[in-house]
Design a binder for this molecule. Structure first.
Ligand SMILES: Nc1nc2c(ncn2[C@@H]2O[C@H](COP(=O)(O)OP(=O)(O)OP(=O)(O)O)[C@@H](O)[C@H]2O)c(=O)[nH]1
Ligand SMILES: [Mg+2]
Length: 423
């Protein structure tokens, strides 16, 4: 997107476009590109070079200093790259860019976003998608993985699978595709955070834990039962993975309409979660023969019953600074439940939101659960639903030894306009 080349793949030859090439937001200098048959004329209408010569008379590549929008307009630099492409390098403030673009729109240019420009001018859909996703990567770790895909990791794996199919090496082709698909969950969360919900009975320390994990006082903490009513969210990174933490209302039989609405929101958040941290109060039932309070048992049962099978679950026994042997609480709760639940491959972590004990272990457990095997440097990772769907279709075609269908669907990932209607 530097202007060194302007491949015209999907550009309408009769249309002149205007696009901001530099990232959105303020900067020192912004670059706006006018592209199309009318680019030189449109810019000439807005720009007056210091030496007074029209842009149309300047040789390609000449950098011209001048003013935009009349003799008192902003001073900027214009460069005609070729007959159809003119770059305007203006002040990087948002108002300056908006003014340049709107004046070119008045000259008949059509504004598009840089993502659209990339899609129209790049022949490599994976590289384009990676470039767009990179601009939304929330952490260095996710950006590194996307950068690998930008530099060809995914495309190389797809080509390797195609070559294996052509050579009749079906097993190798299947292994290559399945190794890529093994990273589908990570790929789906490179720009979209994992949803981690703190749930459990009132007053067990959900909000306190949320604040410990977030590193600041995001949610109100109080000794009153039922303090949190709404779903309170914050974005953070755990081991470099983007995570949206949601603190929820304590689950119990609601005392009023507001609490009832809070419990309904909590239940919805749990149902949508990638992971639930089911928080228990380690001080509540240290005696094994002591019956659990009705609210605690009902809350835990309710939470578990609405948990989709795919959801990761960690039991967090909080307030361990107040008890001598927190395992007694776990044992007591398991005995009351009949048997330890194996349903979600559940983990148990002991914490104190007050002293910070166990918080590092909790962070570790969350990271391990959401990404059990992190991609190695340079690994192929699919990062869009279209890529995953195509790879899954390729895997099916490989399993049924359908070389034509497999290669067609893999090619559709590598090149624009090679997708098939009937695989
Ligand atoms: N000693 C001790 N107290 C804690 C700990 N975690 C939370 N508390 C206290 O427990 C009380 C309730 O904490 P909250 O974080 O508000 O609990 P909650 O689960 O969000 O409660 P609701 O919003 O009412 O459902 C507060 O007084 C906290 O200071 C802990 O690990 N140790
Ligand atoms: Mg709370």
């Amino acid at each position: 997107m530097t202007g060194d080349e302007f491949p015209p793949q999907l550009l309408d030859p009769h249309e002149t476009l205007v696009v901001e090439l530099t990232p959105a937001g303020r900067g020192a200098v912004a670059v706006v590109l006018a592209a199309g048959p009318d680019a030189t004329r449109a810019v000439d209408q807005c720009f007056m070079a210091v030496r007074g010569r029209p842009l149309a008379d300047a040789p390609n590549g000449r950098i011209l200093l001048g003013r935009w929008g009349g003799p008192d307009g902003e001073e900027l630099v214009v460069c005609r790259r070729d007959e159809r492409h003119v770059e305007i390098h203006c002040h990087g403030g948002m108002a300056a860019v908006a003014s340049v673009i709107s004046q070119l729109e008045r000259q008949g240019c059509r504004r598009i976003l840089w993502q659209e420009w990339l899609r129209r001018t790049s022949a490599d859909p994976i590289r384009t998608a990676a470039q767009i996703a990179l601009s939304q990567a929330p952490t260095a770790r996710t950006a590194t993985i996307l950068l690998d895909q930008y530099h060809g990791a995914l495309a190389t794996a797809i080509r390797a699978a195609s070559e294996a199919i052509s050579a009749g090496e079906w097993q190798r082709a299947g292994e290559v595709i399945n190794a890529v698909l093994a990273h589908r969950d990570v790929g789906a969360h490179l720009t979209t955070p994992w949803q981690v919900v703190l749930a459990g009975p009132p007053n067990v320390g959900k909000s306190s834990l949320m604040n410990s994990l977030a590193g600041y006082e995001r949610a109100i903490v109080s000794p009153l039962h039922g303090t949190t009513r709404d779903v309170v969210t914050t974005l953070t990174a755990i081991d470099g993975w983007p995570v949206r933490l949601s603190d929820t209302a304590g689950l119990r039989t609601p005392q009023d309409a507001i609490e009832s609405a809070g419990v309904a929101l909590a239940t919805e958040a749990i149902a949508r979660a990638d992971m639930v941290l089911l928080v228990h109060d380690a001080t509540c039932s240290t005696a094994i023969d002591e019956p659990a309070s009705e609210t605690t048992a009902a809350a835990n049962e309710g939470t578990l019953s609405c948990l989709p099978e795919r959801t990761h679950l960690i039991h967090v026994w909080n307030k361990i600074d107040l008890v001598a042997n927190p395992w007694r609480s776990v044992l007591a709760s398991e005995i009351r439940a009949g048997s330890p639940s194996e349903r979600h491959g559940e983990k148990v972590v002991f914490t104190s939101a007050i002293t910070g004990a166990g918080i590092a272990q909790l962070v570790n457990a969350i990271s391990q659960a959401i990404v059990s095997v992190a991609p190695a440097a340079g690994d192929a990772v699919p990062f869009s639903t279209e890529q995953v769907a195509a790879l899954a279709a390729a895997s099916t075609a490989i399993a049924s030894r359908n070389a034509r269908a497999a290669c067609r669907v893999l090619n559709s990932l590598l090149k624009k306009g090679t997708g098939s209607r009937n695989t």
